[in-house]
Design a protein around this ligand. Structure first.
Ligand code: AKG
Ligand code: FE2
Length: 312
């Protein structure tokens, strides 16, 4: 691997701080713009999420995935119109040329009343764990992701030369989903086996929390043709562009291939947060240009393919 190549690290403090100067904000926006066009990925510090909040979120992963298998299966996402709940190992195929993913997952999103259920909107399937052990810390982390996601979208929009009002419809009641993930130790010697096969993310942006020291994420760098390892470091979150922003930015922001091989000899937990946006929104940046597909149509297609619900 070329030693100088690495996914850039950006300190968001100069943008997010309440008294941030216009100059400080402009610098962050430019760093984000440059990272999104070359890598489609960046590492963030100064994001405002306390280390203790991150640790609690990762502990929730461990507690959840250690529940008996049948208890997890009872919460299967297949029983949920809103697509909340449990995905067993091998249930998702992110790369159709690879073997099924060696990971189990659990989707949690905004809690919507039972009488208003539709695709990606509805109640969560909470596991039978004490409120303070699971639901409370997960909900607290979710609120942070919502705030950070909205701020990142502002930076992206400004970097593309748009007014913040462009985001108004798109960020109204947005669909934002956490996915708790568990990768068991990687034992297979088959080169087609990954924890998560090579894929681009479906939605707008993803903010990823990794368990410190449990490395495994690799990002494809188009210009050099190399897979770059992104280390799992305490208090560093990873941000990447999804297919929607790639399409809506006319390819100026790249939604980059990435994959996971758990290289840690141990269980690996991670929590991506997928910011999809308002389900009925279309391209907020250049309405009328691109295909007019709504967020809902796009995400439904991607979901159905990767869970084998429709012809590939
Ligand atoms: O677990 C990770 O580090 C990344 C997971 C991922 O890329 C995904 O779920 O889309
Ligand atoms: Fe991903």
């Amino acid at each position: 691997m070329t030693p100088s190549l690495a996914v850039p690290t950006i300190d968001l403090g100069s943008y997010l701080r309440p008294n941030a100067s216009a100059e400080g904000k402009a610098k962050v926006i430019e760093q984000v713009r440059a990272a999104c066009s070359e890598y489609g990925f960046f590492q963030v510090i100064g994001h405002g999420v306390a280390v203790s909040t991150q640790c609690q979120m990762l502990e929730c992963c461990q507690t959840l995935f250690r529940l008996p298998q049948e208890q997890k299966e009872e919460l299967s996402l297949k029983n949920s119109v809103a697509r909340r709940g449990y995905e067993r190992i091998g249930e998702q195929v992110l790369d159709s040329k690879a073997l099924p993913d060696q990971k189990e997952g659990f989707y949690i999103g905004r809690e919507v009343p039972v009488d208003d259920v539709s695709f990606l909107r509805g109640p969560n399937q909470w596991p039978d764990l004490p409120f303070t052990v699971f639901r409370e810390p997960v909900t607290a982390y979710y609120q942070h992701m919502l705030r950070l996601g909205n701020a990142l979208l502002e930076m992206l929009a400004i970097g593309l030369g748009h007014e913040l009002q462009a985001l108004d419809n798109f960020t109204k009641e947005p669909v934002v989903n956490l996915k708790l993930l568990h990768y068991p130790p990687h034992l297979s010697t088959d080169a087609r086996q990954f924890g998560a096969g090579a894929h681009t993310d479906f939605g707008s942006i993803t903010v990823l929390l990794q368990q410190p020291g449990k490395h495994g994420l690799q990002v494809y760098h188009q210009a050099s043709g190399e897979w770059l390892a992104v280390p799992a470091v305490e208090d560093v979150l990873i941000v990447n562009i999804g297919d929607l922003i790639n399409k809506w930015s006319g390819g100026r922001y790249s939604s980059t291939l990435h994959r996971v091989i758990n290289t840690s000899d141990d269980d690996r937990y991670s929590v991506p947060c997928f910011y999809h946006g308002n389900l009925s929104a279309t391209n907020p940046f250049e309405p009328g240009r691109t295909d007019g597909e709504t967020v809902e149509e796009h995400i439904r297609r991607k979901f159905d393919t990767s869970y084998g619900l429709s012809a590939k």
